[in-house]
Design a protein around this ligand. Structure first.
Ligand SMILES: [Zn+2]
Length: 78
């Protein structure tokens, strides 16, 4: 599902993927993606990913700071 976290909304600079361990792999399961501007990257890593292991890449498209995609428990949208 898509929602919004924070109240920034400026153009995102980074895309932070949040993973949880699965089958012995630290990045086994992609569970959440959040986008952040440069100012909120640290906040996003610490707070918005809610403890998932972060992986940072460049933001693409028209994503805005605070956009968050949460993946379902059965792994849809992989
Ligand atoms: Zn921001």
């Amino acid at each position: 599902m898509l929602d919004r976290i924070g109240e920034c909304g400026t153009a995102a600079a980074v895309r932070l993927e949040g993973y949880s361990p699965r089958q012995g792999l630290a990045h086994g399961s992609l569970d959440v993606i959040v986008y952040a501007c440069g100012e909120h990257t640290a906040t996003a890593r610490v707070e918005w990913l809610e403890g998932f292991t972060p992986y940072t890449t460049a933001a693409t498209g028209t994503a805005q700071c605070g956009d968050r995609f949460t993946f379902g428990p059965k792994g849809e949208r992989r």
